[in-house]
Design a protein around this ligand. Structure first.
Ligand code: UPG
Ligand code: MN
Length: 721
C-alpha cells in the first residue's frame, strides 16, 4: 500500500500539562503536611472525647477530598487535543454507510417540533443520502410522534435541496430561521461557495422555504390537537418504514413493545431495539446516536468522525468517536446552574491521552461491532451460543456477519414479521456495552457539531444530576467497579480516571461535614484547625496554619486557571463552586443513598426525562441570572437549613470568639461559614428579599428555620462532653 497522508492528528496540550503536573507535586506535598498535622494532633488530643471525635470526622472529610483529588490527577496527566482533515477522506463512493439513532420518550416533555428539528438536521448531514439511514425510537409509542415524523420527512424533501444549494452550515431549521438576522444566509455557508450565491434567487427561495417551514409547524400543531398526546407504558411494537425515494435517506419509526410488568431499561433498552431492527434493514457499520434534543449544528460531523474511524492506524481498535455535549440555551459566563459542566469535558481531554473517554450518552459515532460486544465473528462460531447472546432470530444473527446483505425494505412478509418481533420485549437480553480492548476518541472541534438543551431551573438540574450520579454510584457498587474490575483490564491511569467518575458522588460526605462540623465546633469553642496569628506574618504562630491556607488557595487557583483556560470568566468559577456545593448536598447524597437502597432491593430504578419545554417564567428568571428555587422541598430544606446554620454560627460564634479573645484559634473555623454565607448569598435573597415566582417558598424557609435552630442548639450538647 502506498503511504497515505493522515486524516487526523493529535498533539499534547503542553502548557496545560505542565501546569497540571506542577500543581500535582506542590499541592500533593502540602496535603502530606496537612495529614501530618492531623495525625499528630489526633494522637495527642486528650482534652475531651468530643474533641477527639471531631478531629477524626474532619480528617475523614479531608481524606475523602484528597482521595478524589488524587484520582482526578489521572485525567489531568496527559491532556491531548485532536484535529481532522476531512478533505483527505476517500471519495463518497468509498465511505461506509451510517445509521442515525434518535431516541424520544414523551411527546409532552419533548415536544415534536424540537424532536423533528433534530431529525431534519440529521437527515441533512453532509453525507451521501443513500448511505444515510435514520431510525427514530419513540418510547412513548405515540401517534403524535409517528405522524410528526411523516411531516418532517416531507419538509426535509424541500429543506435538503435548499441546504445543499446554499451550502448551509446550520441545517437545523428552527435555529436557522431564528438566527437569520444575526448570522444571515452568507455566513451560514459550508466552505467557500462561489456559485449559486445570486442573492435574488436566494431571497425567493428563502421566502418559499420559510413558508414551507411555517406550514410544517402548523401541521404539527394540528396533529397535537387531533391525537391523544401522552406517553404510553403499555403498547405493542410499531415499525413504519418510509422509503419511497431512492435518493432520500431511509427513515424508520420504531416504537418498541412496552408492558408495565416488564422492565424496559429506558434509553439503553430503546437503543438495543434500534440496534436489532436496523441490523435487519440497513445494517450500517457505523451508528450515530443522538438524544431527541441534540440537533446537528455542523453537517460535517459524520465526515469528521470518519477521519478517525477510517484511519488505518486506529480503525481496528476504535469503538467510538465522542463529541462534547454543548448546549444552545446556556448563557456563557452566566451559567448559574453550571449546565456546561466544564469539569467533565476537561477530563475528557485527559482521557484522550489515555485510551479514550467513556460514552456520554449522545453525540457519538460508534462502530456497530463494538455495540455487539464482539470482534469480527468467526464463520464457524457455534450458532446456539450466538442465539443465547443475541436472541433466537436467525435473520438477525445472519445480520451480525459483515458479509450480510440486507434485502430491506422487502415485501417478504416473514422478514417483516421478524423485524416486528425484534422490537418486542422477548429479546431483551442486553447487549454488553462494555467492550474489552476497544479504544475511543474524544473530539471537540471549535464549531460544536451537536447542540442540545440544558436544564435551566434548579429543580431540573438537581434531579438530572441525581439520575446521572445514581447511575455512576451503581457502577461503583457493581462488580464492574472501575477500581476493581477495571484495574485488572485497563491501564492504571485509565482505570483511575474512570474510578474518579464513579466515585464523584461521594463528594457529598466531605461537603456535609465541612458544612456542619467546623461551625458547630466554633460555637462549642472546640478548635479544629491550627492557630493563626493574623496580625503578624502567617508563619509566626503555627506553620501548619500556612499549610491549610495554602491548600485552600492552591485548589481554588487551579480551578480558576482551568476556568480561564477554557475561555470563561471568574464568574464561572463562582457558579461552578456554588452549584457543586448544592449538588453535593442534594443530588449526590440522594444518588448514593438510592444506589445503596437499590442494592439492598429497597428501591427501583426510574427515569423522568428532563423537560425540553421552554417555560416563560423559568426562562425569564434564567435570563436575569436569578435562581429558580422552586425545587423539591426535601432538597430546598436541606440547602436552606445549612445556610441558616452557617449564618448562625458566623454571627454567634464570631461574637463569642471576639469576647473570649480566641480569634487566633478559630480563624479558619470562622472563615468557613463566612465563605459559605457569601457564596450562597442568592439563597438568602431567595428566602428573604425576593417576591417573584422563583423565590424559596415560605413554608420551606419556615421549616428550615426550625431544623437549623434545633441543630444549632446541638452545640450545647457538644460542649458538655
Ligand atoms: O425511557 C426512556 C427515557 C429517556 N429516553 C431518551 O433518552 C434521552 C435522554 O434523556 P433526557 O431526559 O434528555 O436526559 P438527560 O439527562 O438530558 O440526558 C443525559 O443523560 C442520559 C443518562 O441519564 C444520557 O442517556 C443522555 O445521553 C444524556 O444527554 C432523550 O432523548 C429521551 O427521549 C428514552 O428513549 N427512553
Ligand atoms: Mn437531555
Amino acid at each position: 500500500m502506498e503511504k497515505s497522508v493522515p486524516m487526523n492528528d493529535w498533539k499534547a496540550m503542553k502548557a496545560q500539562r505542565a501546569i497540571n503536573r506542577v500543581h500535582l507535586f506542590i499541592h500533593g506535598a502540602a496535603l502530606a503536611a496537612l495529614f501530618y498535622y492531623r495525625i499528630t494532633t489526633i494522637a495527642t488530643t486528650t482534652s475531651s472525647s468530643t474533641h477527639f471525635v471531631a478531629h477524626l470526622v474532619i480528617f475523614t472529610a479531608e481524606l475523602t477530598l484528597s482521595f478524589i483529588w488524587l484520582l482526578s490527577q489521572a485525567s489531568l496527566w496527559n491532556p491531548v487535543a485532536r484535529t481532522v482533515y476531512p478533505e483527505r477522506l476517500p471519495s463518497d463512493d468509498d465511505l461506509p454507510s451510517l445509521d442515525v439513532f434518535i431516541c424520544t420518550a414523551d411527546p409532552v416533555k419533548e415536544p415534536s417540533l424540537g424532536v423533528m428539528n433534530t431529525v431534519i438536521s440529521a437527515l441533512a448531514l453532509d453525507y451521501p443520502p443513500t448511505k444515510l439511514h435514520l431510525y427514530l425510537s419513540d418510547d412513548g409509542g405515540s401517534p403524535v410522534t409517528l405522524r410528526a415524523l411523516q411531516q418532517a420527512r416531507s419538509f426535509a424533501k424541500v429543506w435538503l435541496p435548499f441546504c445543499r444549494k446554499y451550502k448551509l452550515k446550520n441545517r437545523c431549521p428552527q435555529p436557522y430561521f431564528l438566527g437569520e438576522e444575526i448570522i444571515g444566509l452568507e455566513e451560514g455557508r459550508v466552505g467557500d461557495s462561489d456559485s449559486d450565491s445570486d442573492s435574488d434567487h436566494s431571497f425567493v427561495d428563502k421566502k418559499a422555504i420559510e413558508e414551507a417551514y411555517e406550514d410544517f409547524k402548523i401541521s404539527l400543531g394540528k396533529i397535537v390537537i387531533e391525537e391523544d398526546v401522552g406517553a404510553s407504558r403499555d403498547h405493542s411494537s410499531t415499525i413504519e418504514v418510509m422509503s419511497d425515494d431512492e435518493e432520500f435517506p431511509l427513515v424508520v419509526y420504531v416504537a418498541r413493545e412496552k408492558r408495565p410488568s416488564h422492565p424496559h431499561n429506558f434509553k439503553a433498552g430503546a437503543l438495543n431495539v434500534l440496534l436489532r431492527v436496523s441490523g435487519m434493514m440497513s445494517n450500517s457499520p457505523y451508528i450515530l446516536s443522538l438524544d431527541c434534543d441534540m440537533y446537528c449544528n455542523d453537517p460535517t460531523s459524520a465526515r469528521q468522525a470518519m477521519c478517525f474511524h477510517l484511519d488505518p492506524k486506529l480503525s481496528q481498535n476504535l469503538a467510538f468517536v465522542q463529541f462534547p455535549q454543548i448546549f444552545h440555551n446556556i448563557r456563557r459566563n452566566h451559567d448559574i446552574y453550571d449546565g456546561a459542566m466544564r469539569f467533565i469535558w476537561t477530563k475528557w481531554d485527559g482521557l484522550n491521552g489515555l485510551r479514550g473517554p467513556v460514552l456520554s450518552g449522545t453525540g457519538f459515532y460508534i462502530k456497530r461491532e463494538a455495540l455487539y460486544g464482539i470482534r469480527k465473528l468467526q464463520p464457524n462460531v457455534d450458532l446456539n451460543q450466538l442465539k443465547e447472546y443475541y436472541g433466537s432470530s436467525n435473520e438477525f444473527i445472519k445480520s451480525i456477519y459483515r458479509s450480510y446483505k440486507t434485502n430491506f425494505p422487502s415485501t417478504d412478509e416473514s422478514l417483516q414479521k421478524e423485524v416486528q418481533l425484534l422490537a418486542s420485549y422477548s429479546y431483551d437480553k442486553g447487549f454488553n456495552l462494555h467492550c474489552e480492548g476497544w479504544i475511543s476518541v474524544y473530539f471537540a472541534p471549535s464549531r460544536p457539531c451537536f447542540l442540545g438543551s440544558s436544564p435551566i431551573s434548579l429543580s431540573e438540574t438537581l434531579v438530572q444530576n441525581m439520575r446521572w450520579f445514581l447511575g455512576l454510584s451503581q457502577v461503583a457498587l457493581s462488580k464492574y467497579s472501575p477500581l476493581v474490575y477495571g484495574a485488572m483490564r485497563m491501564s492504571v491511569l485509565q482505570s483511575i480516571a474512570y474510578a474518579e467518575l464513579a466515585c464523584y458522588p461521594i463528594y457529598f460526605l466531605p461537603v456535609y461535614i465541612l458544612a456542619f462540623l467546623p461551625q458547630l465546633c466554633l460555637l462549642a469553642g472546640l478548635p479544629l484547625y491550627p492557630q493563626a496569628c493574623l496580625l503578624l506574618a502567617l508563619f509566626v504562630s503555627s506553620p501548619f496554619f500556612a499549610v491549610f491556607v495554602f491548600v485552600l488557595i492552591s485548589s481554588q487557583l487551579k480551578q480558576a486557571q482551568e476556568v480561564m483556560a477554557s475561555g470563561d470568566s471568574l464568574r464561572t468559577w463562582v457558579n461552578e463552586h456554588r452549584v457543586w456545593v448544592m449538588k453535593s448536598l442534594t443530588s449526590y447524597s440522594f444518588a448514593v443513598a438510592n444506589a445503596i437502597l437499590e442494592k439492598m432491593g429497597l428501591a427501583k430504578a426510574s427515569f423522568v426525562p428532563t423537560s425540553k419545554v421552554t417555560d416563560g417564567e423559568v426562562d425569564k428568571l434564567y435570563q436575569m441570572g436569578k435562581y429558580d428555587f422552586q425545587a423539591p422541598p426535601a432538597f430546598m430544606v436541606i440547602l436552606c437549613s445549612i445556610y441558616m446554620i452557617n449564618l448562625g454560627a458566623l454571627v454567634i460564634g464570631f461574637g463569642r470568639v471576639l469576647v473570649n479573645g480566641k480569634i487566633n484559634e478559630m480563624a479558619m473555623q470562622a472563615f468557613l461559614p463566612l465563605f459559605g454565607v457569601i457564596l450562597h448569598y442568592p439563597l438568602m435573597e431567595g428566602m428573604v428579599l425576593r417576591k417573584d415566582g422563583g423565590r424559596v417558598s415560605p413554608s420551606v424557609s419556615l421549616l428550615s428555620a426550625l431544623v437549623s435552630s434545633l441543630l444549632l442548639s446541638a452545640y450545647a450538647l457538644l460542649s458538655q462532653y
